[in-house]
Design a protein around this ligand. Structure first.
Ligand SMILES: NC(=O)C1=CN([C@@H]2O[C@H](COP(=O)(O)OP(=O)(O)OC[C@H]3O[C@@H](n4cnc5c(N)ncnc54)[C@H](O)[C@@H]3O)[C@@H](O)[C@H]2O)C=CC1
Ligand SMILES: O=C(O)C(=O)Cc1ccc(O)cc1
Length: 313
């Protein structure tokens, strides 16, 4: 067990894909909860979670899993949190903490808040740690190690509950920060959501080209393109929900991106090498800063470059 962490009695994880299973593995290995109750929508996924021994009890009905739980974490796609919260609301224990791991925060607060009973403490969270893999087999202990976890407490959030959840994520190896939900969504739009959109787009363009060039896109794919294919193999349901639920910030960042791309396009057309050189020199510095901040040291997939598995959500 982690040195100064007093474990939760019952931890309920709703959704047991990459993030849910990584939390379960952490909770078990580090003794963060005395009982881990797991629920997920598909019987096949629940059976696999049981085979992997991720929890202590397994429930087809999420309401059953959250009964008597001290900490409930929704680990489902962003578009499903409202319906799941509504379904479990009557069974949440007074005084318990209700949290999530969604990649978008404003929409999560809007979807969950109306259903949270009085006396239950809603503390939304986002571990900025992941891979392109999904499903219960994808989880691993080191996923959250030295990665940020952002908490976006709402107005009037119970401070003790926030502190307790912070300690939970720290015990999983994360560095924890608090932020307003709308600020989180703006920052993540540029650092995570737009890069995924660009990856989906460039690989989609290459896919269309492939019909002309036969298999040459695959055969001669250089590492730059390969990096994009990793991101573009991420779960379609998850990313559809991210874009639909962070629409404004994504569109704002996309508009800026398009303007800057047009500037580069113009510089290439006009043969202005100096302008291209200046831009590329500036962007190099960002990479150096990231490496110096230690964020590059955490390997996102720890060599798990398996083709993504399709799990029925
Ligand atoms: N994949 C990543 O790299 C990261 C994902 N996240 C967030 O974590 C959440 C989960 O993502 P992953 O674990 O990657 O997804 P995943 O696809 O690996 O797992 C999702 C799980 O949710 C279950 N599920 C789907 N709809 C459900 C419903 N209505 N009721 C109950 N269970 C349902 C599925 O059966 C599956 O067990 C998403 O909100 C995502 O935005 C956050 C950080 C990183
Ligand atoms: O695989 C990658 O490179 C990621 O960027 C993982 C990731 C995906 C979604 C998040 O909300 C946080 C992290």
């Amino acid at each position: 067990m982690s040195d100064d962490f007093s474990p939760f009695g019952r931890l309920a994880l709703i959704g047991i894909g990459l993030i849910g299973s990584s939390i379960a593995i952490n909770a078990k290995a580090r003794g963060l909860a005395r009982h881990i109750a797991i629920s997920t929508r598909s019987a096949q996924t629940l059976a696999r979670a049981e085979e992997l021994g991720l929890g202590d009890s397994y429930h087809r009905d999420a309401a059953e899993a959250v009964r008597d739980a001290d900490l409930v974490i929704l680990c489902v796609p962003v578009g499903s949190v409202g319906a799941v919260t509504q379904h479990i609301a009557n069974d949440l224990k007074p005084g318990s903490i209700l949290s999530d791991v969604g990649s978008v925060k404003g929409s999560i607060v809007a979807q969950m808040s109306p259903h949270v009973p009085e006396g239950v403490h809603l503390v939304p969270a986002h571990p900025i740690a992941g891979t392109e893999q999904s499903g219960p087999d994808a989880g691993f202990l080191e996923l959250f190690e030295k990665r940020w976890c952002i908490l976006t407490p709402i107005e009037g959030s119970n401070m003790a509950a926030v502190a307790r959840l912070k300690a939970f994520w720290e015990a999983c190896g994360s560095d924890v920060e608090e932020m307003a939900a709308d600020h989180h969504d703006l920052v993540l739009a540029i650092t995570s959501h737009l890069p995924h959109l660009i990856a989906y787009n460039i690989v989609g363009t290459a896919y269309d080209l492939e019909e002309v060039t036969q298999s040459e896109v695959v055969k001669y794919s250089a590492s730059g393109f390969r990096d994009f294919t990793r991101l573009a193999s991420s779960d379609p349901t998850m990313w559809r929900d991210v874009f639909l639920n962070n629409r404004e910030a994504t569109l704002e960042m996309l508009a800026r991106f398009s303007e800057d791309l047009s500037t580069l396009q113009r510089a290439i057309r006009d043969g202005r090498g100096e302008q291209l050189f200046e831009t590329f020199t500036k962007t190099r510095a960002i990479r150096r800063q990231i490496i110096e901040a230690g964020q590059e040291t955490a390997k996102p997939n720890f060599g798990r470059n398996k083709p993504p598995k399709k799990w029925e959500g």
